[in-house]
Design a protein around this ligand. Structure first.
Ligand code: ZN
Length: 155
């Protein structure tokens, strides 16, 4: 089987049998992303436990690349700290923009490399990741404010 065919199989498998599809209530992080160019829509939900991502889920609709990428992302970030998840977002985006990165631990995400040949579809692949990055940032800003307030009140 040619590598491109193998990649296509992996993407279609995640699209047909999405991992972690659904919502989480309550969620510590809830964020939406849209890609108007293609009509992709995603909502990402993350629940934290002791500083790590205990559960990640998504719902959405759109092309196979956007939905498969979200499915892969929820698998890959589960068990990671927010810092580690952010690092993975950076590496994934770098890979999608053609940079050479360490790929040993990327799992199924490697299959999305094939999308680089179609620049208009790169946004489909990165949609869930950009949304996650935004959600993590919003969570950390809100969390920092709460801590700062608590410190002030203690004084
Ligand atoms: Zn798309």
């Amino acid at each position: 089987m040619a590598l491109d065919d193998l990649y296509r199989e992996v993407i279609l498998d995640h699209y047909s049998h999405p991992r972690n599809k659904g919502t989480l209530e309550p969620a510590d992080i809830k964020v939406e992303g849209t890609n108007p160019l293609c009509g992709d829509e995603l909502s990402i939900f993350v629940r934290l436990e002791r500083g790590k991502i205990a559960e990640a889920r998504f719902i959405g609709r759109g092309c196979s690349i956007s939905q498969a990428s979200a499915s892969m992302m929820t698998e890959q970030i589960t068990g990671k700290t927010l810092g580690e998840a952010r690092g993975l977002v950076k590496r994934f985006k770098a890979m999608m923009h053609g940079q050479v990165i360490g790929e040993d631990d990327l799992g199924d995400l490697i299959a999305l490399q094939g999308v680089r040949k179609f620049p208009v579809r790169v946004k489909c692949a990165t949609l869930s990741w950009v949304a996650l990055e935004q959600g993590v940032e919003e969570f950390e800003i809100a969390h920092t404010r709460v801590e700062a307030k608590a410190t002030t009140e203690a004084d």
